[in-house]
Design a protein around this ligand. Structure first.
Ligand SMILES: *Cc1c(COP(=O)(O)O)cnc(C)c1O
Length: 371
Protein backbone atom coordinates (compact mmCIF):
# COMPACT_ATOMS: atom_id res chain seq x y z
CA UNK A 1 0.00 0.00 0.00
CA UNK A 2 1.22 3.50 -0.86
CA UNK A 3 1.48 5.87 2.08
CA UNK A 4 -1.28 8.47 2.31
CA UNK A 5 0.30 11.74 3.49
CA UNK A 6 -1.55 13.89 6.01
CA UNK A 7 -1.27 16.78 3.58
CA UNK A 8 -0.18 17.38 0.02
CA UNK A 9 -0.60 20.74 -1.80
CA UNK A 10 -1.82 21.08 -5.41
CA UNK A 11 0.63 23.08 -7.53
CA UNK A 12 -0.65 22.32 -11.02
CA UNK A 13 -2.11 25.68 -12.04
CA UNK A 14 -0.04 28.67 -13.15
CA UNK A 15 2.59 28.12 -10.43
CA UNK A 16 5.28 26.90 -12.81
CA UNK A 17 4.71 29.71 -15.33
CA UNK A 18 4.88 32.46 -12.69
CA UNK A 19 7.98 30.96 -11.08
CA UNK A 20 9.65 30.88 -14.47
CA UNK A 21 8.73 34.52 -14.89
CA UNK A 22 10.63 35.32 -11.68
CA UNK A 23 13.72 33.57 -12.97
CA UNK A 24 13.54 35.00 -16.47
CA UNK A 25 13.05 38.57 -15.27
CA UNK A 26 15.52 38.28 -12.41
CA UNK A 27 12.91 39.48 -9.91
CA UNK A 28 13.33 37.20 -6.93
CA UNK A 29 13.49 39.60 -3.96
CA UNK A 30 10.60 41.21 -2.12
CA UNK A 31 10.82 44.14 -4.54
CA UNK A 32 9.36 42.03 -7.37
CA UNK A 33 5.88 42.67 -8.82
CA UNK A 34 4.15 39.51 -7.59
CA UNK A 35 4.36 40.67 -3.96
CA UNK A 36 2.25 43.74 -4.57
CA UNK A 37 -0.09 41.77 -6.80
CA UNK A 38 -0.65 39.13 -4.12
CA UNK A 39 -1.16 41.80 -1.45
CA UNK A 40 -3.77 43.62 -3.50
CA UNK A 41 -5.60 40.56 -4.76
CA UNK A 42 -5.65 38.79 -1.41
CA UNK A 43 -6.79 41.88 0.52
CA UNK A 44 -9.57 42.41 -2.03
CA UNK A 45 -10.59 38.76 -1.75
CA UNK A 46 -11.13 39.04 2.01
CA UNK A 47 -12.68 42.51 1.79
CA UNK A 48 -9.83 44.53 3.28
CA UNK A 49 -8.14 47.76 2.17
CA UNK A 50 -4.54 46.76 2.79
CA UNK A 51 -2.50 43.56 2.61
CA UNK A 52 1.06 43.28 3.89
CA UNK A 53 2.84 40.09 2.88
CA UNK A 54 5.22 38.65 5.46
CA UNK A 55 7.46 35.61 5.81
CA UNK A 56 4.99 33.40 7.70
CA UNK A 57 1.78 33.36 9.71
CA UNK A 58 3.55 33.35 13.07
CA UNK A 59 5.49 36.49 12.15
CA UNK A 60 2.20 38.08 11.11
CA UNK A 61 0.91 37.53 14.66
CA UNK A 62 4.11 38.93 16.21
CA UNK A 63 3.81 42.06 14.11
CA UNK A 64 0.08 42.33 14.82
CA UNK A 65 0.61 42.44 18.57
CA UNK A 66 3.50 44.91 18.44
CA UNK A 67 1.84 47.30 16.01
CA UNK A 68 -1.27 47.45 18.21
CA UNK A 69 0.98 48.71 20.98
CA UNK A 70 0.39 45.69 23.21
CA UNK A 71 3.20 45.29 25.73
CA UNK A 72 4.25 44.79 29.34
CA UNK A 73 1.39 44.14 31.75
CA UNK A 74 -1.31 44.05 29.07
CA UNK A 75 -3.59 41.04 28.83
CA UNK A 76 -4.80 39.39 25.62
CA UNK A 77 -7.63 36.86 25.63
CA UNK A 78 -7.27 33.88 23.28
CA UNK A 79 -8.39 30.26 22.99
CA UNK A 80 -6.23 27.75 24.85
CA UNK A 81 -6.81 25.30 21.98
CA UNK A 82 -4.60 26.82 19.28
CA UNK A 83 -1.09 26.88 17.83
CA UNK A 84 1.81 28.16 19.93
CA UNK A 85 2.32 31.13 17.55
CA UNK A 86 -0.71 32.91 19.05
CA UNK A 87 0.43 32.81 22.68
CA UNK A 88 4.11 33.23 21.72
CA UNK A 89 3.39 36.57 20.03
CA UNK A 90 1.70 37.81 23.20
CA UNK A 91 4.40 36.54 25.57
CA UNK A 92 7.27 37.85 23.42
CA UNK A 93 5.74 41.32 23.55
CA UNK A 94 5.85 41.12 27.35
CA UNK A 95 2.06 40.82 27.61
CA UNK A 96 0.03 38.13 29.37
CA UNK A 97 -2.02 35.51 27.51
CA UNK A 98 -5.38 34.76 29.16
CA UNK A 99 -6.97 31.57 27.88
CA UNK A 100 -10.55 30.52 27.21
CA UNK A 101 -11.81 26.92 26.96
CA UNK A 102 -13.25 25.41 23.77
CA UNK A 103 -16.77 24.79 22.57
CA UNK A 104 -17.11 20.98 22.49
CA UNK A 105 -18.88 20.86 19.13
CA UNK A 106 -17.12 23.52 17.00
CA UNK A 107 -13.73 23.25 18.81
CA UNK A 108 -13.47 27.05 18.64
CA UNK A 109 -13.13 29.35 21.63
CA UNK A 110 -16.30 29.15 23.75
CA UNK A 111 -17.40 32.76 23.37
CA UNK A 112 -19.72 32.52 26.39
CA UNK A 113 -16.63 32.31 28.60
CA UNK A 114 -14.81 35.37 27.24
CA UNK A 115 -16.47 38.13 29.24
CA UNK A 116 -15.57 36.59 32.61
CA UNK A 117 -11.89 36.85 31.61
CA UNK A 118 -11.95 40.60 30.91
CA UNK A 119 -10.03 42.71 33.46
CA UNK A 120 -8.94 46.38 33.50
CA UNK A 121 -5.65 45.19 31.93
CA UNK A 122 -7.28 43.46 28.94
CA UNK A 123 -6.22 45.11 25.67
CA UNK A 124 -7.35 42.69 22.98
CA UNK A 125 -9.14 39.50 22.05
CA UNK A 126 -7.36 37.19 19.65
CA UNK A 127 -9.97 35.11 17.84
CA UNK A 128 -8.53 32.02 16.16
CA UNK A 129 -10.70 30.05 13.77
CA UNK A 130 -10.01 26.37 14.29
CA UNK A 131 -9.88 23.61 11.63
CA UNK A 132 -12.78 24.64 9.38
CA UNK A 133 -15.48 26.57 11.21
CA UNK A 134 -15.14 30.23 12.22
CA UNK A 135 -15.37 31.52 15.78
CA UNK A 136 -18.69 33.20 16.58
CA UNK A 137 -17.45 36.68 15.66
CA UNK A 138 -20.60 38.64 16.57
CA UNK A 139 -20.11 37.67 20.21
CA UNK A 140 -16.40 38.51 20.11
CA UNK A 141 -17.05 41.91 18.51
CA UNK A 142 -19.83 42.73 20.97
CA UNK A 143 -17.59 42.07 23.98
CA UNK A 144 -14.72 44.00 22.38
CA UNK A 145 -17.04 46.91 21.74
CA UNK A 146 -18.44 46.88 25.27
CA UNK A 147 -14.97 47.01 26.88
CA UNK A 148 -13.08 48.96 24.20
CA UNK A 149 -10.79 46.08 23.21
CA UNK A 150 -8.93 45.50 19.95
CA UNK A 151 -9.75 42.35 17.98
CA UNK A 152 -7.07 40.33 16.21
CA UNK A 153 -8.44 37.67 13.91
CA UNK A 154 -6.10 34.75 13.22
CA UNK A 155 -7.58 33.44 9.97
CA UNK A 156 -4.62 31.20 9.08
CA UNK A 157 -6.94 28.23 8.54
CA UNK A 158 -9.81 30.14 6.92
CA UNK A 159 -8.88 31.40 3.43
CA UNK A 160 -12.14 31.37 1.50
CA UNK A 161 -14.39 30.84 4.55
CA UNK A 162 -17.17 33.24 5.52
CA UNK A 163 -18.96 34.10 8.78
CA UNK A 164 -22.61 35.02 8.15
CA UNK A 165 -21.65 35.62 4.53
CA UNK A 166 -18.79 38.00 5.36
CA UNK A 167 -15.22 36.87 4.55
CA UNK A 168 -13.06 35.56 7.37
CA UNK A 169 -10.11 37.91 7.47
CA UNK A 170 -12.34 41.01 7.47
CA UNK A 171 -13.07 41.17 11.22
CA UNK A 172 -11.49 43.39 13.85
CA UNK A 173 -8.55 45.83 13.56
CA UNK A 174 -6.35 43.25 11.92
CA UNK A 175 -6.47 39.74 10.54
CA UNK A 176 -3.57 37.43 9.87
CA UNK A 177 -3.09 34.54 7.45
CA UNK A 178 -0.53 31.82 6.86
CA UNK A 179 0.43 30.37 3.49
CA UNK A 180 2.21 27.28 4.84
CA UNK A 181 1.80 24.31 2.45
CA UNK A 182 -0.98 22.71 4.49
CA UNK A 183 -3.17 25.83 4.28
CA UNK A 184 -5.79 26.32 1.56
CA UNK A 185 -3.37 28.35 -0.50
CA UNK A 186 0.38 28.25 -0.11
CA UNK A 187 3.54 30.19 -0.89
CA UNK A 188 5.78 27.47 0.61
CA UNK A 189 6.41 29.67 3.65
CA UNK A 190 4.55 32.92 3.96
CA UNK A 191 1.81 34.92 5.56
CA UNK A 192 -0.16 38.11 5.34
CA UNK A 193 -1.55 40.83 7.53
CA UNK A 194 -4.74 42.51 6.31
CA UNK A 195 -6.37 45.61 7.72
CA UNK A 196 -8.53 48.62 6.83
CA UNK A 197 -6.46 50.99 8.97
CA UNK A 198 -4.05 53.02 6.81
CA UNK A 199 -1.92 54.00 9.79
CA UNK A 200 -1.54 50.41 11.04
CA UNK A 201 -0.80 49.23 7.50
CA UNK A 202 2.09 51.71 7.31
CA UNK A 203 3.36 50.49 10.70
CA UNK A 204 3.44 46.88 9.49
CA UNK A 205 5.14 47.79 6.23
CA UNK A 206 7.82 49.50 8.26
CA UNK A 207 8.13 46.79 10.94
CA UNK A 208 8.50 44.00 8.37
CA UNK A 209 11.27 45.91 6.61
CA UNK A 210 13.64 46.66 9.53
CA UNK A 211 12.04 50.12 9.95
CA UNK A 212 14.18 51.54 7.17
CA UNK A 213 13.20 55.15 6.58
CA UNK A 214 12.38 56.67 3.23
CA UNK A 215 14.76 59.60 3.55
CA UNK A 216 17.52 58.54 5.87
CA UNK A 217 17.36 54.84 5.04
CA UNK A 218 19.91 53.61 7.57
CA UNK A 219 18.80 55.81 10.45
CA UNK A 220 16.28 53.95 12.63
CA UNK A 221 13.71 55.41 15.02
CA UNK A 222 12.41 51.95 15.93
CA UNK A 223 13.43 48.28 15.83
CA UNK A 224 11.73 46.21 13.18
CA UNK A 225 12.37 42.79 11.70
CA UNK A 226 13.10 41.39 8.30
CA UNK A 227 9.77 39.63 7.68
CA UNK A 228 9.64 40.24 3.93
CA UNK A 229 8.09 37.81 1.46
CA UNK A 230 10.07 37.14 -1.73
CA UNK A 231 8.74 37.54 -5.25
CA UNK A 232 9.26 33.80 -5.73
CA UNK A 233 6.93 33.01 -2.83
CA UNK A 234 4.39 35.57 -3.98
CA UNK A 235 4.44 34.11 -7.52
CA UNK A 236 3.22 30.83 -6.04
CA UNK A 237 0.63 32.70 -4.01
CA UNK A 238 -0.83 34.54 -7.02
CA UNK A 239 -1.23 31.24 -8.89
CA UNK A 240 -2.78 29.59 -5.84
CA UNK A 241 -5.21 32.42 -5.19
CA UNK A 242 -6.58 32.01 -8.73
CA UNK A 243 -7.87 28.64 -7.61
CA UNK A 244 -9.08 29.34 -4.09
CA UNK A 245 -12.75 28.75 -4.91
CA UNK A 246 -11.93 25.46 -6.57
CA UNK A 247 -9.83 24.44 -3.56
CA UNK A 248 -12.67 25.20 -1.16
CA UNK A 249 -15.05 23.13 -3.28
CA UNK A 250 -12.54 20.29 -3.19
CA UNK A 251 -12.17 20.53 0.61
CA UNK A 252 -15.92 20.51 1.10
CA UNK A 253 -16.23 17.48 -1.15
CA UNK A 254 -13.53 15.75 0.92
CA UNK A 255 -15.25 16.63 4.19
CA UNK A 256 -18.66 15.46 3.05
CA UNK A 257 -17.21 12.23 1.69
CA UNK A 258 -15.46 11.50 4.98
CA UNK A 259 -18.58 12.38 6.97
CA UNK A 260 -20.78 10.08 4.86
CA UNK A 261 -18.41 7.17 5.24
CA UNK A 262 -17.46 7.70 8.89
CA UNK A 263 -20.88 8.44 10.35
CA UNK A 264 -21.76 4.73 10.70
CA UNK A 265 -18.70 4.05 12.83
CA UNK A 266 -19.45 4.11 16.56
CA UNK A 267 -17.21 5.97 18.97
CA UNK A 268 -16.17 8.94 16.81
CA UNK A 269 -17.12 12.60 17.04
CA UNK A 270 -16.93 14.10 13.53
CA UNK A 271 -16.57 17.78 12.58
CA UNK A 272 -19.88 19.65 12.36
CA UNK A 273 -20.89 20.09 8.70
CA UNK A 274 -22.32 23.50 9.50
CA UNK A 275 -23.41 25.95 12.15
CA UNK A 276 -26.01 28.68 11.78
CA UNK A 277 -23.25 31.04 10.58
CA UNK A 278 -20.98 28.94 8.34
CA UNK A 279 -20.50 25.74 6.37
CA UNK A 280 -17.37 23.82 7.30
CA UNK A 281 -14.44 24.16 4.87
CA UNK A 282 -12.52 21.30 6.50
CA UNK A 283 -9.09 22.85 6.61
CA UNK A 284 -8.33 19.55 8.30
CA UNK A 285 -10.71 16.68 8.99
CA UNK A 286 -10.55 16.07 12.72
CA UNK A 287 -11.83 13.12 14.74
CA UNK A 288 -12.41 13.01 18.49
CA UNK A 289 -12.63 9.63 20.23
CA UNK A 290 -15.75 9.16 22.36
CA UNK A 291 -15.26 8.17 25.98
CA UNK A 292 -16.34 4.60 25.16
CA UNK A 293 -13.11 4.11 23.15
CA UNK A 294 -10.64 2.73 25.71
CA UNK A 295 -7.52 4.45 24.36
CA UNK A 296 -6.27 7.95 23.55
CA UNK A 297 -5.68 9.54 20.12
CA UNK A 298 -1.96 8.78 20.32
CA UNK A 299 -2.58 5.02 20.21
CA UNK A 300 -4.96 5.34 17.24
CA UNK A 301 -2.50 7.54 15.36
CA UNK A 302 0.25 5.00 15.98
CA UNK A 303 -1.86 2.20 14.51
CA UNK A 304 -2.87 4.32 11.50
CA UNK A 305 0.81 5.10 10.99
CA UNK A 306 1.58 1.37 10.85
CA UNK A 307 -0.85 1.22 7.92
CA UNK A 308 1.00 4.18 6.31
CA UNK A 309 -1.80 6.65 6.97
CA UNK A 310 -0.57 10.10 7.94
CA UNK A 311 -2.17 11.82 10.92
CA UNK A 312 -1.48 14.77 13.23
CA UNK A 313 -2.49 15.21 16.83
CA UNK A 314 -4.85 18.05 17.72
CA UNK A 315 -3.33 21.20 19.25
CA UNK A 316 -1.97 20.90 22.77
CA UNK A 317 -3.50 23.50 25.10
CA UNK A 318 -1.56 26.71 25.71
CA UNK A 319 -2.11 26.46 29.48
CA UNK A 320 -0.49 23.00 29.49
CA UNK A 321 2.67 24.01 27.58
CA UNK A 322 5.85 23.24 29.54
CA UNK A 323 7.49 26.39 28.20
CA UNK A 324 4.77 28.61 29.70
CA UNK A 325 4.65 26.65 32.97
CA UNK A 326 8.36 27.33 33.37
CA UNK A 327 7.57 31.03 33.03
CA UNK A 328 4.99 30.76 35.80
CA UNK A 329 2.07 31.37 33.45
CA UNK A 330 -1.39 29.77 33.72
CA UNK A 331 -0.98 28.52 37.28
CA UNK A 332 -4.07 26.55 38.34
CA UNK A 333 -5.75 27.08 34.94
CA UNK A 334 -8.29 24.45 33.93
CA UNK A 335 -10.01 24.10 30.55
CA UNK A 336 -11.58 20.65 30.62
CA UNK A 337 -13.07 20.69 27.12
CA UNK A 338 -9.83 21.69 25.40
CA UNK A 339 -7.79 19.32 27.57
CA UNK A 340 -9.98 16.46 26.41
CA UNK A 341 -9.80 17.54 22.74
CA UNK A 342 -6.01 17.63 22.95
CA UNK A 343 -5.89 14.06 24.24
CA UNK A 344 -8.68 12.44 22.23
CA UNK A 345 -8.50 14.38 18.96
CA UNK A 346 -6.39 13.98 15.84
CA UNK A 347 -6.80 14.58 12.15
CA UNK A 348 -6.65 12.29 9.17
CA UNK A 349 -5.29 12.99 5.66
CA UNK A 350 -6.92 16.24 4.53
CA UNK A 351 -4.82 17.62 1.67
CA UNK A 352 -6.09 19.02 -1.61
CA UNK A 353 -4.50 16.18 -3.57
CA UNK A 354 -6.51 13.50 -1.71
CA UNK A 355 -8.42 11.10 -4.03
CA UNK A 356 -11.73 9.27 -3.50
CA UNK A 357 -9.84 5.95 -3.29
CA UNK A 358 -7.51 7.33 -0.63
CA UNK A 359 -10.48 8.57 1.41
CA UNK A 360 -12.06 5.10 1.25
CA UNK A 361 -8.83 3.46 2.32
CA UNK A 362 -8.42 5.87 5.28
CA UNK A 363 -11.99 5.17 6.43
CA UNK A 364 -11.47 1.40 6.17
CA UNK A 365 -8.38 1.54 8.33
CA UNK A 366 -9.95 3.93 10.87
CA UNK A 367 -12.88 1.53 11.20
CA UNK A 368 -10.53 -1.42 11.76
CA UNK A 369 -8.50 0.47 14.36
CA UNK A 370 -11.33 1.82 16.53
CA UNK A 371 -13.34 -1.42 16.40
C1 LIG B 1 -0.57 27.65 10.60
C2 LIG B 1 -1.08 28.56 11.62
C3 LIG B 1 -0.31 29.64 12.10
C4 LIG B 1 1.16 29.80 11.80
O1 LIG B 1 1.48 29.97 10.50
P1 LIG B 1 2.99 29.71 10.00
O2 LIG B 1 2.96 30.25 8.62
O3 LIG B 1 3.19 28.23 10.02
O4 LIG B 1 3.90 30.42 10.89
C5 LIG B 1 -0.89 30.53 12.98
N1 LIG B 1 -2.15 30.36 13.41
C6 LIG B 1 -2.90 29.32 13.00
C7 LIG B 1 -4.29 29.20 13.52
C8 LIG B 1 -2.39 28.38 12.11
O5 LIG B 1 -3.13 27.34 11.74
Amino acid sequence: MHPIPVNEPLLNGNEKQYLLECIETGWISSEGPFVKQLEEQFAARVGRQYGIAVSNGSAALDAAIVALGIGAGDEVILPTFTIISCAAAIVRAGAIPVVVDSDPSTWNMDVRQIEAKVTPRTKAIMAVHIYGLPTDMDSVLAIADKYGLAVIEDAAEMHGQTYKGRPCGSFGQISTFSFYPNKHITTGEGGMIVTDDAHLAERWRSLRNLCFQTHKRFVHEELGWNLRMSNVQAALGVAQLERLDQFITQKRWMGQRYTNLLSNIAGLQLPLSQTDYADNIYWVYGLVLDDQIPFEAEAVMYRLGQQKIGTRPFFWCMHEQPVFKKMGLFEGESCPVAERLARRGFYIPSGLALTAEQIERVVEVVQEVVK
